[in-house]
Design a protein around this ligand. Structure first.
Ligand code: RIB
Ligand code: NA
Length: 309
């Protein structure tokens, strides 16, 4: 079996409370709505790629519990291949406790649980499928060394790699840069990695150049309503890709919608300019911020303008 997009990454059960504002330390506040959803950056990215029409497969680990069972069903419902979704009795399915305020901003605590038990043996089992994938995507909600190993395995087999250093960590293994065809992060992750403030396009251009120097083939920094900055090793000058303004209802998972869409475009239109893919992926993510929830807000191909395909 061949795949457009393989994601080696996380699954989390999202427990979401909607509140007027985020609580302060030691404070209790009333929220007005609670719901449980499917999340985790890896799975979110995979589901978005699948909803746009990519043939997808997920390499991940969930617990032998009801959350894990439900998650596997969720992959099947979205047409994601599940042969490499493991279930372990040794840890619980990952969870994310999420608070979303009225401005659509969020604060998240993840307990990775079973995600941290994804190991080299699991990767070896997936190796034949890695070699038959067009694009491999990784993040940082599993053991980072497993993400790095997956990216290296892909590179060795001429599979394009997208790395999303999220959630950001200040002590990122420098090998991640050379393992990334596309290194894609948001402004706060760029700040943490470079040590310089990234709040606008100019600062993002500087940060993108700095990250590029560390050895990736291209860097994308997403700036929410300010669009993205893209820089590629062969071109040297960075490009600003603006986006259309939308009213944010819930931005949770918008970055994942963007990366999943980017992976879809890289697999389906390998010769398209990276700026164009970035522009289109931003349009997809823009739809996701206008609805509540993570995967529940991710659009399907049929619901999007035809000129995105
Ligand atoms: O990027 C959004 C995701 O981050 C949520 O779905 C949550 O699970 C956390 O992992
Ligand atoms: Na959303």
């Amino acid at each position: 079996k061949a795949f457009d997009v393989m994601v080696v990454g996380s699954c989390m059960t999202d427990m979401v409370s909607q509140t007027p504002r985020l609580p302060k330390a030691g404070e209790t506040i009333h929220g007005f709505k609670f719901f449980i959803g499917f999340g985790g950056k890896g799975a979110n990215q995979c589901i978005q790629a699948a909803r746009l029409g990519a043939r997808t497969t997920m390499v991940c680990k969930v617990g032998k519990d009801v959350f894990g069972d439900n998650y596997i069903q969720n992959f099947k419902d979205n047409g994601v291949h599940t042969d490499f979704v493991g279930q372990t009795p040794d840890a619980a399915t990952g969870t994310a406790s999420i608070i979303v305020n009225n401005a659509g901003e969020n604060a998240i605590v993840i307990v990775a649980g079973a995600n941290m038990l994804l190991d080299s043996v699991d990767l070896q089992e997936a190796l034949p499928a890695i070699t038959r994938s067009k694009v491999l995507v990784c993040q940082l909600e599993i053991n980072p060394q497993i993400s790095l190993q997956a990216l290296r395995m892909a590179q060795k087999n001429k599979v394009k790699t997208i790395f999303n250093p999220a959630p950001a960590s200040p002590d990122l293994d420098p090998e991640f840069y050379t393992a990334s065809d596309v290194f894609c992060c948001n402004e706060s992750e760029a700040e943490m990695l470079t040590g310089s403030v990234v709040t606008n396009v100019e600062e993002a251009r500087g940060a993108a150049q700095e990250l590029l120097k560390r050895g990736c083939k291209s860097v994308i920094i997403t700036l929410g309503p300010q669009g993205c900055v893209v820089v590629q090793a062969q071109e040297s000058t960075s490009k600003h890709v603006p986006t259309t303004a939308v009213k944010a209802i819930d931005t949770t998972g918008a970055g994942d919608s963007f990366i999943g869409a980017l992976a879809f475009y890289m697999a389906h239109y390998p010769t398209m300019a990276l700026e164009e893919m970035t522009y289109r992926a931003n349009q997809v993510a823009g739809v996701s911020v206008q609805a509540v929830g993570t995967q529940t807000s991710f659009p399907i191909r049929a619901g999007l303008p035809a000129d995105l395909f």
